[in-house]
Design a protein around this ligand. Structure first.
Ligand SMILES: NC(=O)c1ccc[n+]([C@@H]2O[C@H](COP(=O)([O-])OP(=O)(O)OC[C@H]3O[C@@H](n4cnc5c(N)ncnc54)[C@H](O)[C@@H]3O)[C@@H](O)[C@H]2O)c1
Length: 351
C-alpha cells in the first residue's frame, strides 16, 4: 500500500517510517515541516529505499498537502504531525492550535477532496488514521483506567488542541463518511526521542553531569509504552481497524515519574558508571511543578487487544534497558541536537 505519514521525521512518525520500510513492502511518503522537533537523521537509514519519499511541507498549507496527496495517491493517511510537548504548549499555545487543530482540519479537507474522486473500491479501503493521546481524557485519581468511552476532559493547551483535532476527525467520519480511525496512546519512550521529554532528557542530563529536574514530588503516574509497540498497534489499526472506531493503546506499565528517573539512573550506574563512583541519582533536583500538571494517566487497552490482537511486546523493564543502551550507543545523534538547542531556556529544563 501507499502510506502517507505526516510527522515522519519526529519520534513516533520516524519509528513508523523505519518499520514500514524495513519490515513491510509498503511505500511511504513522509510529509514533515521539520520543526525544531523533526530531523531527517531519524530516517537516514531508510532514506535510500526506492519505497521511501520525503516532502518538506506544512500540514497547515492546503496547497502543499493537496500536491503531495495528488502526486503520491495514498491509500492510507497516518497523521502524526503535531506540536507535542506540554511544557511548550504552556509557554506558547498558538502553535498548538495552528498545527494540531488547523493542520488536522487541512489534512481532513484535502484527504476528503481526494477521497471523493476515488472509485468505489478505493473509497471503501481508504483510511485516514489520526494519532492522538490519552491526555485528552484528563487526569485520573489513584484508581481507574481510561476507556474509549471516557468523556474528554483535556487540561493543558496541548491536550485541548489534540482533543479538538480528535473531534474534527470524528466529525469528518460522521458527517462526510470519510473512513477515519483514531488511536489514543499513552506516553511513549524509545530511540530517537527528542531530548526534551522526560526519559531522554534525564539520560542526556545525567550523562552531561547536569541536575535532573523532576517536577513537584515526581509522584505523577504515566503508563509507559515502548515506541515500537505503538508502531505495531498503529499498523494493526490502519490494516484491520473498523472505520469510525477509536482504539486506546497503552503499555500496562504505570510508573511514577520519580521511579522512571531512578530506574534510568540505576541502569546508567551499571552501564556507564560515574567516574567518582557516585550514583547518577545524586543529580536529581526537585523543581516547581508544571502548572495544571495531570496526576495520573492509565489506559484500558482491552479493545485493541480483543478486536485486533495487539499486545505490547516490551515490558517497561526491557524497553527502558534498550532505550538507555541506545542513547549510550548513539551519543552523536543527541549531542548534535543538544548543541543546536543549547540556548533554550524553556520551562522544565532549568534546575
Ligand atoms: N510522544 C508521545 O508519548 C505520544 C503519545 C501519544 C500520542 N502522541 C501523538 O503522536 C504524534 C507524534 O508524536 P511525537 O512524539 O512523535 O512528536 P514529535 O514532536 O517528536 O514529532 C512531531 C513531528 O511533526 C512535525 N511537524 C510539526 N508541525 C508540523 C506541521 N505544521 N506540518 C508538518 N509537520 C509538522 C515535526 O517536524 C516532527 O517531525 C503526535 O500527534 C502526538 O500528539 C505522542
Amino acid at each position: 500500500m501507499r502510506i502517507l505519514v505526516t510527522g515522519g521525521a519526529g519520534f513516533i512518525g520516524s519509528a513508523l517510517v523505519r518499520h514500514l520500510i524495513e519490515k513491510t513492502n509498503h511505500e511511504v511518503l513522509n510529509f514533515d515541516k521539520l520543526t525544531y522537533a523533526g530531523t531527517l537523521s531519524t530516517v537516514e537509514r531508510v532514506a535510500s529505499s526506492n519505497r521511501y519519499r520525503f516532502v518538506q511541507g506544512d500540514i497547515c498549507d492546503a496547497d502543499a498537502v493537496r500536491c503531495a496527496i495528488a502526486e503520491f495517491k495514498p491509500e492510507i493517511v497516518t497523521h502524526l504531525a503535531a506540536e507535542s510537548h506540554v511544557d511548550r504548549s504552556i509557554d506558547g499555545p498558538r502553535a498548538f492550535v495552528e498545527t494540531n487543530v488547523i493542520g488536522t482540519f487541512t489534512m481532513l479537507s484535502e484527504a476528503r477532496a481526494y477521497w471523493l474522486c476515488l472509485d468505489d473500491e478505493a473509497k471503501a479501503s481508504f483510511r485516514f488514521h489520526h494519532i492522538s493521546t490519552d491526555e485528552v481524557y484528563g487526569s485520573l485519581g489513584d484508581t481507574g483506567l481510561f476507556t474509549e468511552e471516557t468523556p474528554y476532559d483535556p487540561r493543558s493547551p496541548y491536550s485541548a488542541s489534540k482533543a479538538g483535532s480528535d473531534h474534527l476527525v470524528s466529525a469528518w467520519g460522521h458527517t462526510f463518511g470519510l473512513p477515519v480511525l483514531i488511536t489514543n496512546c499513552s506516553n511513549n519512550y524509545g530511540p530517537y526521542h527528542f531530548p526534551e521529554k522526560l526519559i531522554p532528557l534525564m539520560i542526556v542530563k545525567a550523562l552531561t553531569g547536569a541536575g535532573l529536574p523532576v517536577y513537584g514530588g515526581g509522584d505523577q503516574v504515566r503508563d509507559w509504552l515502548f515506541v515500537d509497540d505503538h508502531v505495531h498497534a498503529l499498523q494493526a489499526v490502519f490494516e484491520k481497524g473498523e472505520p469510525g472506531r477509536t482504539y486506546n493503546v497503552g503499555g500496562n506499565s504505570e510508573k511514577q515519574n520519580i521511579e522512571v528517573v531512578k530506574t534510568v539512573c540505576t541502569i546508567l550506574d551499571r552501564l556507564r558508571p560515574r567516574v567518582d563512583g557516585q550514583s547518577y541519582a545524586t543529580q536529581i533536583t526537585y523543581v516547581a511543578d508544571r502548572p495544571g500538571h495531570d496526576k495520573r494517566y492509565a489506559i484500558d487497552a482491552s479493545r485493541i487487544k480483543n478486536e485486533l490482537g495487539w499486545e505490547p511486546a516490551e515490558t517497561f523493564e526491557t524497553g527502558i534497558e534498550k532505550t538507555v543502551a541506545w542513547y549510550l550507543d548513539n551519543q552523536s545523534w543527541w549531542e548534535a541536537i543538544v548543541a543546536e538547542h543549547k540556548a533554550d531556556q524553556r520551562r522544565g529544563l532549568s534546575v
